[in-house]
Design a binder for this molecule. Structure first.
Ligand code: ATP
Length: 370
């Protein structure tokens, strides 16, 4: 959903060392971030990390104490919310209950005193866009949750904002509808080529929707990248644990060869990782390994020299597409391995209390130093 390269030079949105404090809480802490034109960007983080405050500052509902916010290169500090080319769709949708669907979508356009014919044609176009044509005269209470969500979306898009802000847009929908609506939102964003910024605490939602994700923690950006970058190359233990499931192996560096690192843990087990950041012999490091990168074999087997641990199956979770094995090692640590069921043979299945050997290739381990 990205526009041509040339337009990338000026970011659509630039947060430049933006800070916002509430009494003793620093909700947003000297945060800098560029969001590109036409991008679907997700702000992801745990409750209270400051993501809503960041969004509200962009919309103009909240003022930064420090720093600047630029929109297409222009400082917008002096621009009131209703004059910004930015619109916000709230989690609660905030539809007017006494107005019809069409009346809700038309509301902002009438306030702008657009000619009546223009208002009518835009409302019709917006209702078509969100597939609600024919429902314009209904009242919000005569709609399903998913339809209400689409009215809110149509209303937010009616003024043709340059940037659409979405605060937990799908939180009120059940799982099935949420998944469908995610794909509709993506298709819509692609078609309109509007910059979308979504706030969510749901990592799966951020991964599905966004071109890039900014992971926030304590008012700062912990990492910015594509969903794959953040999942495959987390920068810290905190991010690795926040996005998806992960196993950690801790130890000290016992050899370094270019990007290849050898680590030995407290039990004397030797691990190898490829593509490590600069580390030195003796450094304490953590290897992060995703469950789906770990293979499970029956029997303790002849001990492989590296990246291999034996343990007993303590739990098996059957999830349809995959099975998750929790394996307890001798030292009490529990390692999770996810095995796809697509080609699994029932007769070779692994049972509770079985002794198994877990192993992973060196390039499956991410070396973390923080
Ligand atoms: P959630 O997912 O729970 O909405 P969030 O990441 O959006 O969380 P914010 O709502 O931005 O977080 O809040 C960040 C911090 O700032 C929190 O500690 C919150 O309590 C505080 N805060 C936000 N708004 C105000 C306010 N108006 N007055 C005082 N403190 C506030």
């Amino acid at each position: 959903a990205l526009v041509s390269r040339d337009d990338h030079d000026t970011p659509m949105v630039r947060f430049d060392a933006v800070t916002r404090r509430f009494a003793e809480v620093t909700a947003v802490d000297a945060l800098s971030l560029d969001i590109r034109a036409g991008e679907f960007f997700a702000l992801l983080g745990p409750s209270g990390c400051g993501k809503t405050t960041l969004l509200r500052m962009l919309a103009g509902f909240e003022r930064p104490d420090d720093g600047r916010i630029l929109l297409a290169g222009q400082d917008i500090a002096a621009v009131p919310p209703w004059r910004r080319p930015v619109n916000m769709m709230f989690q609660s949708y905030a539809l007017f209950p006494h107005l019809s669907v069409a009346g809700n979508v038309a509301f902002g356009l009438k306030q702008e005193r657009l000619p009546r014919a223009e208002v009518e044609s835009r409302v019709a176009a917006m209702l078509r866009l969100v597939r609600l044509d024919g429902l314009g005269s209904r009242k919000p209470h005569q709609l399903s949750g998913g339809q209400r969500q689409r009215v809110a979306l149509a209303r937010a898009l009616a003024k043709h904002p340059k940037v659409l802000l979405l605060d937990e847009p799908l939180a009120a929908l059940d799982k099935k509808l949420r998944e469908e609506t995610q794909f509709e939102l993506m298709a819509l964003q692609e078609r309109l080529d509007t910059t979308f910024v979504v706030v969510t605490h749901d990592q799966e939602e951020a991964m599905t929707l966004a071109d890039r994700i900014g992971v926030m923690n304590h008012g700062r950006l912990a990492q910015v990248g594509t969903p794959a970058e953040i999942y495959e190359q987390p920068r810290s233990r905190w991010i690795a644990g926040f996005i998806g499931d992960v196993n950690f192996f801790e130890g000290s560096v016992t050899a370094v060869d270019g990007d290849d690192v050898e680590m030995t843990d407290a039990a004397g087990r030797v691990f190898r990782a490829a593509g490590a950041p600069p580390v030195r012999t003796g450094d304490r490091i953590t290897l992060a390994v995703r469950p789906e990168k770990i293979s499970v074999a029956t029997g303790s087997g002849a001990a492989e020299p590296i990246n291999s641990v034996a343990g007993k199956v303590a739990d098996i979770g059957y999830l349809g597409d995959i099975s998750v094995y929790k394996v307890r090692l001798d030292d009490g640590a529990v390692i999770k391995a996810a095995v796809t069921n697509a080609r699994r043979r029932i007769e070779s299945s692994i049972d509770w209390d079985d002794t198994v050997r877990l192993s992973f290739p060196p390039d499956a381990a991410v070396v973390l130093t923080e």
